[in-house]
Design a protein around this ligand. Sequence first.
Ligand code: ACO
Length: 311
Amino acid sequence: DHRDGEHSFDALLAADERIEPRDQMPDGYRRGLVRQMAQHAHSEIIGMQPEANWITRAPSLRRKAILMAKVQDEAGHGLYLYAAAETLGVSRADLLDQLHAGTQKYSSIFNYPTLTWADVGAIGWLVDGAAITNQVPLCRCSYGPYARAMVRICKEESFHQRQGFDLLLTLTRGTPRQREMSQDAVDRWWYPSLAMFGPPDGRSTHGEQSARWGIKRFSNDELRQRFVDMTVPQAAVLGVTIPDPQLRWNPERGHHDFTEPDYDELFRVISGAGPCNRQRMEHRRRAHDEGAWVREAALAYAARQSETAVS
Ligand code: ACO
């Protein structure tokens, strides 16, 4: 059994089997996973804010119900991911403290504002589309609890992507003003969505090591290319223009050529200088503080339950 013995970690990786919480693993692997999974969980939780901004203004009861369900799904994704990270010996409370202290990151994309109702569609179509492209391969991540959490998350993300597409399709088939609003949203969300995949491979800090450890199955640039190729035909169905005059099919490469996002902007946004960073963090800290009584009540209830169980 290759789970025994000194080289079990390498043997498991070589056999493309999952690493489980009790398996021995290098410190760097554990740290890398905690970093990526915490950042992923934080993104889900912070990602509730830009869309929640539109719940009270959704144009119909049906759209409101869909949007509320979607935002609740994001909370659920955050919780699965925190729970998966806890199998590596960290606590959710500690990870949240690090988010609030700014020592752990969340995705750059959630630092952009949602200016119109069409932004809710553009987020579903482009941001969730990018998220699925990045996350489907994570279902085969070498760490078992992360890979398994991703299976359900991806099913829900693909529903989110479709609702965004459907919302935009409704708008682009609507009035000229609605079509204009959709194009404006796509113009603003396109490059930030491309930047979600991270810096280009040459500037990626963790890319190579994460690939060797089976944490990442494809590089940032490979996934970005895959997203562009998937999205171009969908834009044609929607009747919106992708705001990139250089975008064209390259038959030699069998892929679309496209303009890269501005990576200096990505690094500025990551380091806190995006349009909404301050607002997102203030809102998150306030929600955490205001939720203190819920955590206290839950702990008191759990303590009472275990006392009753003993007596
Ligand atoms: N937003 C914020 N930070 C980013 C982003 C981004 N879009 N892209 C890269 N970074 C950070 C990395 O975290 C890293 O910083 P760190 O060392 O302080 O952690 C630095 O920029 C350099 O990037 P890489 O070395 O390429 O980072 P990595 O190998 O982790 O790749 C990626 C980044 C692709 C985002 C990877 O972490 C990943 O696949 N994560 C899981 C998916 C995820 O988190 N999605 C969140 C958004 S989707 C959603 O929630 C709806």
